[in-house]
Design a protein around this ligand. Structure first.
Ligand SMILES: Nc1ncnc2c1ncn2[C@@H]1O[C@H](COP(=O)(O)OP(=O)(O)O)[C@@H](O)[C@H]1O
Ligand SMILES: [Mg+2]
Length: 303
């Protein structure tokens, strides 16, 4: 079942800025989507449209199979959100914040209390939000968004400005959405996090979707192959380099397409070249991001 559908959606702000231009995409239950793209690409605008916090200038949006116009107060119990400002009540404690939202939604998610434990917040339950570190506040914002056990969770930059430990805790938790029937949409500039958390990437640039697919599909579209690095303990003879069309990064290191690994190892064995180490040179989402931005600039120019 499609839980989100955008059909030709445009968003123009009163200032005249066209933040989104003709957006089409849909999200199925259970998908974990990372929305990426440079600053000003339209990520936050897209998220606010899904949440009904902004209205599209043109086009149609469906949420849980219904036109968003006909959903009075967004089907509140089904959606959880973390926006780029945490939006917490500073003068309440962690516990009071969570209970407040559970009252608003008239629903409890008891898993929250386990998560509080896991995130080492148990001792801080009675601490006022204003006295917490940025990492802890962000954790509370996430706990709030989950307090009513939503089916769809939407988070705008949940891991930005956090210390490494808080970030690790949050990323580890978000990784757990994979394989469940809950859906998650997050934006982030941290492509390493997105790569670990998400199953599908939507790449926005200047208000347009320029890529939409899994990492595998992105690799294929960009004609990128995974590579491996072979490090040997002696200089590789000139003849072997020439005969096998090997590229060297230095005289004892070569990077080759993964599919050629067996063949090259066999040649090295025959030639008596001692292999010290083999390392993955996997193409990361960041590599792909850079490559897409460059390609896009070549195609459309800098305007
Ligand atoms: N409230 C607003 N009024 C006018 N322009 C806005 C507003 N919010 C965002 N914009 C503009 O819309 C574009 C997309 O912004 P945004 O959705 O925040 O991008 P992102 O989250 O990808 O950084 C930017 O050019 C931004 O300056
Ligand atoms: Mg944003």
């Amino acid at each position: 079942m499609e839980i989100i559908k955008f059909k030709g959606v445009k968003k123009r702000y009163y200032s005249g800025t066209e933040a989104l231009k003709d957006i089409h995409f849909s999200v199925k239950r259970g998908e974990i989507i990372g929305i990426i793209g440079p600053n000003g690409a339209g990520k936050t605008t897209l998220i606010k449209l899904i949440l009904g916090l902004l209205k599209p200038t043109e086009g149609e949006i469906e949420i849980f199979g219904k036109n968003i116009k006909n959903i009075k107060k967004l089907e509140r119990n089904k959606i959880g959100m973390v926006l780029d400002t945490p939006g917490l009540y500073d003068d309440l404690t962690i516990e009071e914040n969570i209970k407040f939202w559970q009252k608003v939604y008239k629903k409890n998610n008891n898993e929250i209390w386990n998560l509080i434990d896991r995130w080492k917040l148990t001792e801080k339950k009675k601490t006022l939000i204003k006295n917490l570190s940025a990492g802890m506040r962000q954790k509370v914002a996430i706990l709030n968004s989950l307090s009513h056990d939503p089916e769809l969770v939407i988070m705008d930059e949940p891991t930005s400005n956090l210390d490494p430990e808080a970030r690790r805790d949050i990323v580890d938790f978000l990784k757990g959405f994979k394989g469940t029937d809950k859906s998650l949409i997050i934006t982030s500039h941290d492509l390493f996090d997105i790569e670990r958390i998400c199953t599908r990437i939507i790449f926005l640039r200047k208000g347009k979707v320029i890529v939409d697919g899994t990492l595998k599909e992105m690799k294929k579209a960009l004609k990128i192959e995974d590579k491996v690095k072979i490090i040997v303990s002696q200089k590789i003879p000139e003849r072997i380099i020439r005969e096998n069309n090997i590229n060297l990064s230095d005289e004892k290191t070569t990077i080759i397409p993964e599919e050629k690994l067996d063949k090259i190892l066999e040649i090295f064995r025959k030639e008596g070249i001692d292999v010290k180490r083999i390392e993955d040179e996997k193409t990361t989402l960041e590599d792909m991001y850079i490559s897409i931005v460059r390609e896009d600039e070549e195609n459309v120019g800098y305007n």
